[in-house]
Ligand binder design. Sequence first.
Ligand code: UD1
Length: 342
Amino acid sequence: MKKTVLVSGGAGFIGSHVTVELIEAGYDVVVADNFSNCDRTCFEGVKKITGREDLPLVVMDFCDKKAVKDLFTKYHIDAVIHFAAFKAVGESVDKPLMYYQNNLVSFMNVLETAQEIGGCNVLFSSSATVYGEPDTVPVTEDTPRKPAMSPYGNTKTMCEDILRDTVKANGGKLKGILLRYFNPIGAHPSALIGELPRGVPNNLVPFITQTAVGKREVLNIFGNDYPTPDGTCQRDFIDIVDLARAHVFAVTRMIEGKMKEDCEVFNVGTGRPLSVMELVNAFEKVNGVKVNYKIAPRRAGDITAIWADPTKANTEMGWKATRTIEETLKAAWAWECHLAGE
Ligand code: UD1
């Protein structure tokens, strides 16, 4: 029998790509979203890519416990992937309570409901932000977490702990996987779904593509005096489709009972560091377009260099990132051009 995966926040950037990969791997998916930070574009794109016009969509807020309960009553959920959360670092500094309220309550409602129905497989979307400024790179899953630099980062650390404690209290009935994402970028090769930031993008790649297409005048490169080879920060940029596929591996591992511990954690990265400057240069070269950029002061709170040691995910889950940075940056540009109607 087909297994059903609930994807909370399934209409967003990561959620929509994960939904596509789950459907293509043979899962039934229920998408739930309150559209607080996205519109219907990606949900419609998912239906087009997968040919699933009947893809279930539940418009709801995960902070509404009754709505979460009703959802788990209506559908037989074999696993839930929880994305529904706010994610803007700067905004979280200005509005901490909004972040704690939304990100913690929504996740606790999922866990409480999973517990009430006698257990479930829960996958939480965590972030490399939990490592803070690491003492050594690359980071493994055993690299100590550091105090979060923002309320947003703190919600990731706290949700990791909430999941771990809940799994422990449920004696094997409720299982959890924490996926720590590095920097997801790019778009689906169909150019039907991709990142759709509202207002001025905070993240690097949407800013690059918007500058290249003429929506933004100039890309600020935040600092070229870091102790790195070219002075700009280094990150582990991972293709969104590769990242989405990691979720399929993780869900299958949970559903097929292949977990070694009831709560597992995996880094989802490529293991390849790339600097901001290298990324901008690669984007220009592969797409044959210029990006108007200037060197600007450092951005507060930025980490100098972080990239993953993805060995655990490679060997334990059998997942590996396969797309080249050229493929990824081409896809990011194709998506921006699609949005511009070209
Ligand atoms: C950020 C968050 C991280 C979050 C992730 C979500 C911080 C410290 N970290 O990661 O918690 O999980 O977003 O996607 O905010 N850059 C520029 N110019 C720009 C934009 C970015 O030079 O206009 C540089 C940044 O200084 C950084 C790199 O590009 O060195 C990547 O930035 P970004 O895409 O925002 O991701 P992170 O900061 O790594």
